[in-house]
Design a protein around this ligand. Structure first.
Ligand SMILES: Cc1cc2nc3c(=O)[nH]c(=O)nc-3n(C[C@H](O)[C@H](O)[C@H](O)COP(=O)(O)OP(=O)(O)OC[C@H]3O[C@@H](n4cnc5c(N)ncnc54)[C@H](O)[C@@H]3O)c2cc1C
Length: 491
């Protein structure tokens, strides 16, 4: 880095961090992630793909309408317009970075997912879209001279000087040693917080630590109460992530059924099994609360099962199920955080030099419920915008003013973390209740071993946001409040 260039540090090697880093050229970038290049995080697990309006009769306007309807109208319209208008360019950019999307004889193959009024999900490697995308972007980043990719390390603290970001501190994964480096612009692309729930599709790295750091820095979060629950995680006993059964299977004709084999969604929503995720997740949750099981029946799907859904096939077989002949037991699970660090469309937070992008950030684009396959798209579209913005806005390092290191805070031990995750699932899951959430806040506040940890603080923040939103909206469903009038029946 040249002497008068303010160092740019990007934390997180998922789709959002990589898109930002690649687009910041020629500004030098130090890219840091706590897992090996091309692994870890949610991006590598994404199955369905990326939403782009390409089919005859489809349009960016229709994509925007579906996004707003799924988000219960709580979305930021400017962010939605930007997302859908830049979906086509994002797709072409991904192709130019080496992502090979699946084709059929008409061109790009377009899948269907819940809440979409057209077939518009492009995918790669069948249902291994995220991994294909991540590997291509990681390769492109490794071949880019402006990007220096640091060996795995975890961001722990930020130095603020004169009210601006001035340096960061990492812990090296291999040696456990701390490292400090100057930093004029810091991008948090650290992913979501699903791993704070005991039932989740997210890997342990999606633990909300970026939100913990933001809270320590006094940076506001937005829409923190809105967590999406995927209706179909494979129901197995594990402390780790539950394997996801992609919604694209329902798009291809798989049905959600009860123990007697009766479809559960037909009477619930005009779009049946492809109703918006929040509604399907609640229906599955309610069946299970009543003591029944819910199954995904994909036995009627065509013969190209293994070719189209190799990931789901391998997952099911690993758990002793042949999904071509047997139904798969499913449960809802925390999947995606619509809320996050409040940012504008250029990824700016309230603290000069601190930016956020991807799932850790909230532009308001997803509203109260994300439309399926809009989040890889968000990472690419807003990552590219932020990268270009940072390439042009290098202000150099702050040299004067009061300075203070701010770290995320103490971490909960394994035992307390397990209890906290169960509490989050029971109180902040698909069906919420004001009294139960208030009791949960009191419980955390009276236990110093949880209260004083960053995980405890993030969960309390989510609970308080959910308590303050007294009406049900999107994924935030309260059984102690009347339902709002929906803006559109389907979405
Ligand atoms: C099972 C599953 C399936 C999905 N399917 C789809 C889909 O089909 N389509 C779609 O659009 N979306 C899908 N999603 C959602 C989508 O994958 C994520 O929203 C998106 O990948 C988030 O990208 P990201 O770059 O923000 O975060 P991530 O990909 O999670 O990357 C964050 C990175 O930051 C690192 N990190 C975190 N904290 C630190 C720290 N303190 N220091 C250093 N590094 C840190 C993590 O290790 C990780 O590598 C799916 C999610 C899951 C879990």
């Amino acid at each position: 880095m040249t002497a008068n260039t303010g160092p740019l540090v990007i934390v997180g090697g998922g789709v959002a961090g990589l898109a930002t880093a690649l687009s910041a050229a020629p500004r030098p970038v130090l890219l840091v992630g706590n897992s090996m290049a091309g692994s870890g995080g949610c991006t590598s697990l994404a199955q369905g793909g990326i939403a782009v309006a390409l089919a005859p009769g489809d349009s960016a306007l229709s994509h925007a309408e579906d996004t707003m309807a799924a988000g219960a109208g709580h979305n930021d319209p400017e962010a939605v317009d930007y997302l859908v208008a830049h979906a086509g360019p994002a797709l072409r950019w991904l192709e130019s970075q080496g992502v090979n999307f699946d084709l059929d004889r008409n061109g790009l193959q377009l899948g269907r997912e819940g809440g979409h009024s057209h077939n518009r999900i492009v995918h790669a490697g069948g249902d291994a879209s995220g991994l294909a995308l991540l590997l291509a972007l990681a390769r492109a980043a490794q071949g880019s001279p402006h990007i220096a990719w640091r060996p795995p390390a975890t961001l722990d603290a930020v130095l603020v000087r004169g009210g601006r970001v001035a340096a960061v501190r990492f812990t090296d994964t291999e040696t456990g040693r701390p490292h400090e480096t100057e930093c004029a612009d810091l991008v948090l692309a650290t992913g979501g917080c699903g791993a704070l729930f005991s039932a989740t599709t997210n890997p342990p790295t999606a633990d909300g630590n970026g939100l913990g750091l933001a809270l320590a820095l006094g940076v506001p979060l937005r829409d923190a109460e809105f967590v999406q629950f995927h209706p179909t995680a494979l129901d197995i006993k594990t402390d780790g992530p539950l394997p996801l059964i992609t919604e694209a299977l329902r798009g291809a004709g798989a049905r959600l059924v009860d123990d007697a084999g009766c479809p559960i969604m037909d009477a619930r929503h005009p779009m049946g099994d492809l109703a918006p995720r929040d509604q399907v997740a609640r229906c599955v949750w309610e069946h299970r609360q009543r003591g029944g099981n819910v199954w995904l029946d994909a036995t009627e799907l065509s013969r190209d099962w293994i070719w189209r859904f190799p990931t789901v096939h391998a997952i099911a077989r690993r758990h002793g199920i042949d999904p071509r002949r047997e139904r798969m037991p499913v449960t809802p699970a925390a999947h995606f955080h619509m809320g996050g660090i409040a940012v504008d469309l250029d990824g700016r937070t309230g603290v000069p030099g601190l930016h956020a992008v991807g799932e850790v950030a909230c532009t308001g684009v997803h509203g109260a419920n994300r439309l399926a396959s809009n989040s890889l798209l968000e990472g690419v579209v807003f990552g590219r915008r932020l990268g270009r913005h940072l390439a042009d806005s290098d202000r150099g390092l702050p040299r004067s003013g009061a300075e203070r290191w701010i770290d995320r805070g103490a971490s909960a031990d394994q035992c307390n973390l397990r209890g906290l995750r169960e509490l989050a699932w029971e109180c902040l899951g698909p069906v919420r209740n004001g009294d139960r959430m208030a009791e949960a806040v009191d419980g955390i506040r009276t236990d110093s071993q949880v209260r004083d940890t960053w995980q405890g603080k993030v969960v309390v923040h989510l609970l308080q946001a959910a308590i303050h939103r007294r009406q049900s909206l999107g994924t935030h469903f309260r059984d102690d409040r009347p339902r709002p009038v929906r803006t559109r029946a389907a979405g």
